[in-house]
Design a protein around this ligand. Structure first.
Ligand code: HEC
Length: 89
């Protein structure tokens, strides 16, 4: 019985470590992504990705807040996407 518990603990620790390591890798990858990359990956998930020329800078601010909620984006991701969309106006 004791042996099973030791194995169980080892497996749980291994899974925990894997999640921790992968978590760090994933957040580094997101931090490296540019606004245009994040736009291309996220804004086509539910509808055609709108082009930067479609709306004014002021409109992009509001749309950013709206789509941040819809797409479940972080503050950082939203800021990068909005900066990209406004940049080409
Ligand atoms: C989870 C699905 C989803 C994702 C991902 C998504 N949208 Fe949307 N989007 C919607 C829906 C649904 C609407 C229709 C309006 C509503 O009911 O929210 C919409 C509407 C819009 C509109 C019309 C104006 C408005 O605010 O209603 C624009 C522009 C837009 N999205 C831009 C974007 C951009 C830019 C991204 C990437 C950051 C994005 N969307 C990502 C679901 C999504």
């Amino acid at each position: 019985m004791k042996k099973i518990f030791v194995i169980f603990t080892a497996v749980v620790s291994a899974i925990g470590a894997t999640i921790l390591i992968n978590g760090c890798v994933a957040s580094k990858l997101v931090a490296k992504k540019t606004g245009s990359q994040l736009w291309g990956e996220n804004c086509i998930r539910c509808h055609n990705a709108p082009s930067p020329a479609d709306y004014s800078s002021a409109q992009w601010e509001t749309i950013g807040m709206h789509m941040k909620l819809r797409a479940n984006l972080t503050e950082d991701e939203t800021n990068k996407i909005v900066a990209f969309l406004k940049g080409t106006n």
